[in-house]
Design a protein around this ligand. Structure first.
Ligand code: CP
Length: 313
C-alpha cells in the first residue's frame, strides 16, 4: 500500500464540465495520472481514499466509464457502491435528490453520475447538503469531462505538444457529449486546429461558435491531421433518423485504411467506445497499428484516479 502526502494544488469540489475547468487544473490532473501510470507496473494500491465511499450512479448504460471508475476507486482504497438503478426504489417514484440524500446518510463521499438528461449532475451538485463531491460521467448530449481528459491525455502521451497539432473529430457531433467536451479541452490546451467532420444534419446549430473548422467531406477534413477521434451515431438521442442508412453513412464518413492515408503517416486513431464496426469505423482501422483505442481505456483508470485524488486531498 502506497502512502501519499496531501497536495497543495487547486481544489476540486465537483467535476461537471470541461468548459468550466482551467488549464492549470487539467495539467495537474495529467501530472497526477503520469504518477499513477509510472507506479503501475504491478497494479499498486494507494491509501488516498481509505475510509471514503464512492457511489456509481448510472441512470444510462456504460461499460468503460463505470468499470474504470470502479477500478480507479478501488485502487485508491475506497469502498465502492454500484447502485443498480433498475432495481432501486427509483421505480417507486423516489426523486433523484431524495436518493442522493439517503446515500449521503450512508456516508457516500463521491457520486459518479451518468444521466440521459443534460444538467442532472449539476442539479445534484447544487443541491447536495454536505461536502460530498459530484463527477459528471456523461449527461445527455452536453458533456463527458473525464472522457475528454483521458482522450487529451492519450494524445499528449504520443504527441507531447498540442500547439502543433491538427485534430479531427468525426461523426455525430450534434448528439455527442464527448465531442463537446473534446472541442473545449483541445482548444483550452492550445491545439493548432480543431476540426469537426460530418454531415450537415449531424452538426449542432452552435458549431460555428466553438472555434472549430467544419468539414462535410472526409477526404478534405482528414488531410494532414495528427489525430482523428471517431464517434458513434448516437441513435438513442436522435428524435428523427438523420442519416439515410448505416451503409450509406459508412460510404461517406466511415474511417477506412484508404481514407486514413489522407492524414499524417503517424496519425493516431481514437474512439471513446462503444465501437460500431462497419458503421463509423472499419475493423482494419479499429484494430490497426495507428489505433490507440485500448490505450484510451487504460489511461481512463489513471485519469479517474487523478480526478478523485484531487477532490479528496
Ligand atoms: N466512452 C464511454 O463513455 O463508454 P461507456 O458508455 O461504455 O461508458
Amino acid at each position: 500500500m502506497k502512502k501519499v502526502k496531501k497536495n497543495e494544488f487547486t481544489e476540486l469540489q465537483h467535476l461537471l464540465s470541461i468548459k468550466e475547468m482551467d488549464v492549470a487544473l487539467i495539467n495537474e490532473i495529467f501530472s497526477s495520472a503520469d504518477k499513477f501510470l509510472r507506479n503501475n507496473k504491478s497494479i499498486n494500491k494507494y491509501d488516498i481514499l481509505e475510509g471514503k465511499t464512492v457511489c456509481n450512479l448510472f441512470f444510462e448504460n456504460s461499460t468503460r466509464t463505470q468499470t474504470t471508475f470502479e477500478i480507479a476507486a478501488k485502487r485508491l482504497s475506497a469502498d465502492v457502491i454500484n447502485l443498480d438503478i433498475a432495481t432501486s426504489s427509483q421505480s417507486k417514484g423516489e426523486s433523484i435528490l431524495d436518493l442522493i440524500n439517503n446515500l449521503i446518510a450512508m456516508s457516500v463521499n463521491i457520486f459518479v453520475v451518468r444521466h440521459s438528461k443534460p444538467g442532472i449532475p449539476e442539479l445534484i451538485a447544487h443541491n447536495i447538503k454536505n461536502n460530498a463531491h459530484v463527477i459528471n460521467a456523461g449527461d445527455g448530449n452536453k458533456e463527458h469531462p473525464t472522457q475528454a481528459l483521458l482522450d487529451a491525455y492519450t494524445i499528449r502521451s504520443f504527441k507531447k505538444e498540442f500547439s502543433g497539432l491538427k485534430v479531427a473529430i468525426v461523426g455525430d457531433i450534434e448528439h455527442s457529449r464527448v465531442a463537446k467536451s473534446e472541442i473545449y479541452i483541445l482548444n483550452k490546451l492550445g491545439t493548432k486546429e480543431v476540426r469537426v467532420i460530418g454531415p450537415e444534419s449531424l452538426m449542432p446549430k452552435s458549431i460555428k461558435e466553438l472555434n472549430v473548422k467544419i468539414f462535410n467531406n472526409m477526404e478534405e477534413g482528414l488531410l494532414d491531421v495528427d489525430a482523428v477521434l471517431m464517434l458513434r451515431i448516437q441513435k438513442e438521442r436522435m428524435r428523427k433518423n438523420t442519416i439515410p442508412s448505416e451503409k450509406e453513412y459508412f460510404k461517406s464518413f466511415g474511417l477506412t485504411k484508404d481514407r486514413l492515408k489522407q492524414a499524417k503517416k503517424d496519425c493516431l486513431v481514437l474512439h471513446p467506445g462503444p465501437i460500431n464496426r462497419g458503421v463509423e469505423i472499419d475493423s482494419l482501422v479499429a484494430d490497426g497499428d495507428q489505433s490507440v483505442i485500448l490505450e484510451q481505456v487504460k489511461n481512463g483508470i489513471a485519469i479517474r484516479m487523478a480526478v478523485m485524488e484531487k477532490m479528496i486531498n
